[in-house]
Structure formats: C-alpha cells, structure tokens
Design a protein around this ligand. Sequence first.
Ligand code: AP5
Length: 209
Amino acid sequence: MNVIFLGPPGAGKGTQAVRVCERLGIPQISTGDILRAAMKAETPVGLEAKSYVEKGLLVPDSVVINIVRDRLQQDDCKNGYILDGFPRTVAQAEALSAFADIQAVVDIEVADDVLVNRLSGRRVCPACGATYHTANLAGREDCEKCGAKLIRRKDDEPETVLSRLTVYHDQTAPLIAYYTEKGILHAIDGTQPMEECTKAVLAVLDADK
Ligand code: AP5
C-alpha cells in the first residue's frame, strides 16, 4: 500500500510512520530525514537545502520531487511505502501523481498551540534518528536505543517553529482539499496518546486485523 502522511510540523507524522511501517513491513520515506542527512554530509543538495530548512521554509519543489522520484525506484518500495512530509505543495502532489499511485492519505490533525509545545520539547537522536519529548524523558539526555546524546533540531527554535506553521497553513494545508476531492483522505485526531493514534491510522488503512 502506498500512503502519504500529511499534517503540520509536530503532528506526529514521523512518530506514527515509524510505528506503522514496522507493523506493515514497508519503508518510511521522510523528505525531512533525507534532507537532514544530505545537509550533514554536505552534498550539493544538502548545501542548497540548508538555508531553507534552517529558516523553516520549504526547499524548492524541483529538488524534493527529484529526491522522491529516485527513492521510489528502489527495490524496497515495491510492496508499498509511507511518504512522511511529501508532498507539501500542490505542485509536488501533481508531480507525484505522474510517478506514483497513492491509495490513501492520512491527515494527522493537531491544533497550533499543541504543536508549539510538542516541537519546543522535542529531542532527537543524531545517531539513530529516534524522537522523544522532554515530558517523557524524566531528565534523561541520552538515547535509550543507542546511547547517543540527544539534541534539539535547529528548526525547533521558537521563531523557526512559527515560520514552519505559517508555511504549513499557506502551502501545505491546501492538500487537504486536494486529496479530499480525490476521495482518499482520512483525518485522524493526532492529540490522542501515541498508541491510540497508531490504532486509528491502522484502522483507516484497514490494516488493524
Ligand atoms: P520535516 O522533518 O518533514 O518536518 P515537519 O513536517 O515540520 O515535521 P516534524 O518532523 O517537525 O514533525 P512530525 O509531524 O514528524 O512530528 P514528530 O513525530 O516528530 O521537514 C523539515 C524541513 O525539511 C521542512 O521545514 C522543510 O524545510 C524541509 N522539507 C521536508 N520535506 C519537504 C518537502 N516535501 N518540500 C519542501 N521542503 C521540505 O512529533 C513531534 C513531537 O511530538 C515529538 O517530540 C513526539 O515525541 C511528540 N508526539 C508525537 N505524537 C504525539 C502524541 N500523540 N502525543 C504527544 N506527543 C506526541
């Protein structure tokens, strides 16, 4: 099954994608993770992306469309995938429709005030990519999976979070109408506890049996 996870920054797309991909045995394709890896490796794409990502702006459509088109050609995508953070503009969605057959779009809904709190408390593992929230860490500063010291993403600084939310409302939220029109959008309440969100996602994908 080929699925898109849509939702504002901090809605829990990455958290749910990891859980649902594990359950379905398909890869998570996160354009944010791919761009951060390219930035760390200082590749030409990474160097171009850096100025956009660090300001909370979208990387140009042509760059991310090429990344996703190449990634979907890899063997592990043959039995399905979850796109986490792509598409983010109507132009990206239209380009995607030319090279992918999407069966479902899961829109994870969370109000802006909750998102600001989630992103300001988010900590990530720079080594294995695991994501945490300070509210659940009880003061611990290292990754429980691999032991590396947790960091705050540069784009989780308060002003950058506000620009990411503005960008989401202006450029990405129109995709809700776009995919509703196509009859494949399923909204879920992203403010439920993580396990309940996972159950809701599996239910709308008809994968909870
Ligand atoms: P990206 O990495 O995709 O960031 P994002 O969409 O802003 O999403 P986040 O990773 O911030 O949030 P999430 O929804 O995955 O939430 P998470 O699960 O971590 O993109 C970063 C940047 O790259 C963009 O700003 C842009 O510059 C560029 N980019 C990427 N894709 C692009 C594209 N297609 N086009 C152009 N540019 C692109 O959860 C957040 C926090 O909440 C965590 O602390 C988590 O523990 C907690 N949490 C999660 N679920 C729950 C819950 N149910 N209850 C309580 N807490 C929860």
